[in-house]
Design a protein around this ligand. Structure first.
Ligand code: GRF
Length: 224
């Protein structure tokens, strides 16, 4: 069954993205930069972190984006924490939720509030190396090609339908840091691209697969 994730608000207004992150925020920065230079028809509506010290919050503040600390330790369950996230995200009229290094397991409370509208970026070529330390897992496994994946989020860990991927070579003598840095360059290109496809209403989820519609104005193969 087809489950279109086409935006209900129409294509003219910038897509309102909420970003959940726990760390440095370089992927947030890529989304902000591509929105600012006009290549991404979106705006970051708010950034929420479970970590008050995360540099991602400082990045948001520097750009005048609401930067919110929501401390998971103040909630009695993951579900209650997620309910507070949903409330805040609705307050900021978020249309797409982008996870960018958010170090929390999320529950159906959050997933069901944004059907097919939560993305995550993972620094591995899924389904290989889900979970923690994927770059280390890749090196230990001896793969020759590593990379990153943007996918829709479902209830599993890094298991949702894949939107797009980018590959990088693993070099002789690579360390986890070197490989991570090489992958990160691709992440910063890939995440804004996936968000742009969403903003343009070009993503349709069919079972495990994400179908990407051609750019409007470009005729499909075989048409006149
Ligand atoms: C990235 O490698 C991302 O793929 C993973 O967490 C890291 C976040 O990096 N999910 P940053 O905070 O965006 O710099």
């Amino acid at each position: 069954m087809s489950n279109s994730v086409e935006r209900e608000t129409g294509g003219n207004k910038p897509l309102r993205i909420g970003v959940l992150a726990s760390g440095n925020g370089s992927n947030l920065q890529a989304l902000i930069d591509r929105s600012a230079d006009g290549t991404l028809p979106a705006e970051v509506a708010c950034v929420i972190s479970n970590n008050a010290q995360a540099f991602v919050l400082e990045r948001a503040r520097r750009h005048g984006i609401p930067a919110l600390h929501l401390d998971h330790r103040l909630f009695s369950s993951r579900e209650n924490y997620d309910a507070a996230l949903v409330e805040t995200l609705h307050e900021y009229r978020v249309e797409l939720l982008a996870l960018a290094g958010f170090m929390r397991i999320i529950t159906p409370v959050l997933i069901d509030a944004f059907p097919n509208a939560i993305m995550n970026i993972h620094p591995a070529l899924l389904p290989a190396f889900p979970g923690l330390h994927p770059q280390r897992q890749a090196l230990e496994h001896g793969v020759k090609i590593a990379g990153c994946t943007v996918h829709f989020v479902d209830s599993g860990t890094d298991t949702g339908p894949i939107i797009c991927q980018a590959a990088v070579s693993v070099m002789e003598g690579d360390t986890e840091d070197l490989l991570s840095a090489r992958i990160l360059v691709e992440e910063h290109r890939l995440y804004p691209m996936a968000v742009r496809l969403f903003a343009e209403g070009r993503l349709t989820v069919e079972g495990r697969k994400v179908i990407i519609a051609p750019e409007s104005g470009i005729s499909s193969p075989g048409s006149a």
